[in-house]
Design a protein around this ligand. Structure first.
Ligand SMILES: C[S@@+](CC[C@H](N)C(=O)[O-])C[C@H]1O[C@@H](n2cnc3c(N)ncnc32)[C@H](O)[C@@H]1O
Length: 411
């Protein structure tokens, strides 16, 4: 039977554990690929577009059906053998794309960013290429922060996809060399629930067990473009060792801060962007850095003390914005994964900066906020994307939003 436009296919129930053979379609956000089964849209992991695969249903709810590809009957040319034996159905949930050739990973992530902007921001034509970082290209050994969950026997492992089940991995191929050397999965941590390992630029690793420093230093040494930070194990720092450097360059290129300008660095962490904004605006300029995490503000205070043009605000971004009474020239906005949201976007737009540089680790949150900025008179003028999380579905973007009155190619 041919199903005409506007006629919904009849749904027959599917259940966890059902198996079927399906054709895999396009990528969806979150490391899934779309397939159709019994009238349902199914979000399939471990597959690739164009493949024919046997799947097993892993999750059925009123909103979504999830599945794993457990046998590939017709493989995509982009498929490779996963370097990690734990990257498989029923394995570790940390990696989504170990079975995908590295350059194809970038293409897929670019598609996700484009789809998010089309679907949530009404911008269907944005051509964004995901740029690899200047690393060894393997996609491995970059994760300088790894959180291990301890099972009931005291053994640390990594979590299975969307569960609290601890997978007893023998090692993690994404972990940085210093973390691998510690052999955390081979250690016993009876009576604890979580072990965090944090490697600084000098290669030393701090180990935090259930929130308390167990070995190493409370603050790791980090360096970006010749500036040094001492970053508390509780403060935010980019996970990929090349990420901070790459994002600082992208932010400066997008915002072009100039001498004497006033900038706001919202969700400023330990002040990485603030430091380099400060260098650009110089001693006649001003940078207001706003961050709610107390350890990050402390770290920023220590690391930025030579930059008198920076004022640190230990505050909630929205509360600070509501009290701010100057018109900034530019704003850097780097919120947590959920995005900035309507109130923050409106407050920034209301202050009338010439440019907002938006750093986002979730393309859907970015797209939703871009739509909010559009309602507030700002449009996306530039967008770059970076592969700061190889082998996973995650991607970082840096966009420039400018007032609609200014002419620009992306609108
Ligand atoms: C994605 S990180 C960015 C940090 C920094 N821009 C960097 O690149 O290192 C987001 C930061 O926002 C902070 N944060 C979360 N919610 C906040 C809020 N409501 N107001 C201010 N800061 C917040 C977090 O503590 C974290 O440091």
């Amino acid at each position: 039977m041919t199903i005409g436009a506007g006629v919904r296919p009849v749904k027959t129930p599917v259940h966890v554990g059902d198996r079927a053979i399906v054709d895999i379609g396009t990528i969806a956000h979150g490391g899934h690929f779309i397939a159709h089964l019994s009238g349902h849209t199914v979000f399939v992991r471990h597959a690739l577009p164009g493949e024919r695969a046997r799947i097993v249903i892993t999750d059925v709810s009123s909103k979504i059906v999830r599945a794993d590809a457990i046998e590939i009957l017709e493989a995509s040319p982009d498929r490779v053998a996963p370097p990690c034996a734990w990257a498989r159905p029923d394995g570790c949930g940390g990696c989504d794309f170990q079975h995908v050739e590295r350059s194809a990973q970038l293409v897929l992530k670019g598609q996700v960013v484009r789809d998010a902007l089309a679907r949530h921001a009404g911008l269907p034509e944005i051509d964004v290429q995901v740029e690899a970082l200047n690393d060894d290209g393997s996609g491995l050994h970059w994760r300088t922060r790894v959180r291990w969950t301890v099972n009931g026997d005291g053994r640390p492992g990594l979590l299975a996809y969307r569960t609290h089940d601890v997978v007893p991995v023998d090692k993690c191929l994404l972990a940085s060399p210093g973390i691998v050397e510690l052999g955390i999965p081979q250690t016993r941590h009876t009576g604890t629930t979580e072990v965090s390992t944090i490697e600084g630029d000098e290669g030393r690793v701090s180990v935090v067990v259930d929130g308390r420093l167990a070995s190493g230093k409370q603050r790791t040494d980090q360096r970006v473009r010749g500036r040094d930070w001492r970053v508390d194990v509780a403060s935010f720092w980019q996970v990929h060792p090349r990420a901070a450097d790459t994002l600082v360059s992208a932010v400066l290129e997008a915002g072009r801060p100039a001498p004497g300008e006033h900038w706001w660095d919202l969700y400023s962490g330990v002040g990485v962007f603030s430091a380099f904004l400060a260098e650009e605006v110089g001693v006649t300029g001003v940078v207001h850095a706003v961050e709610s995490g107390s350890s990050a503000v402390r770290d920023a205070r220590r690391s930025l003390h030579d930059l008198g043009q920076v004022t640190l605000h230990h505050d909630n971004a929205l509360r600070w914005l509501r009290a701010a009474d100057e018109r900034p020239d530019g704003v850097v906005l780097d919120p947590p994964r959920a995005g900035a949201g309507r109130d923050v976007v409106q407050a920034i737009a209301g202050a009338g900066p010439r440019v907002v540089v938006y750093v986002a680790c979730d393309p859907v949150a970015l797209a939703r906020d871009v739509a909010l900025f559009a309602s507030a008179g700002y449009r996306l003028a530039e967008l770059r994307a970076f592969d700061t999380f190889p082998m996973t579905h995650h991607v970082e973007t840096v966009g420039a939003l400018i007032p609609v009155t200014l002419a620009h190619p992306i609108s």
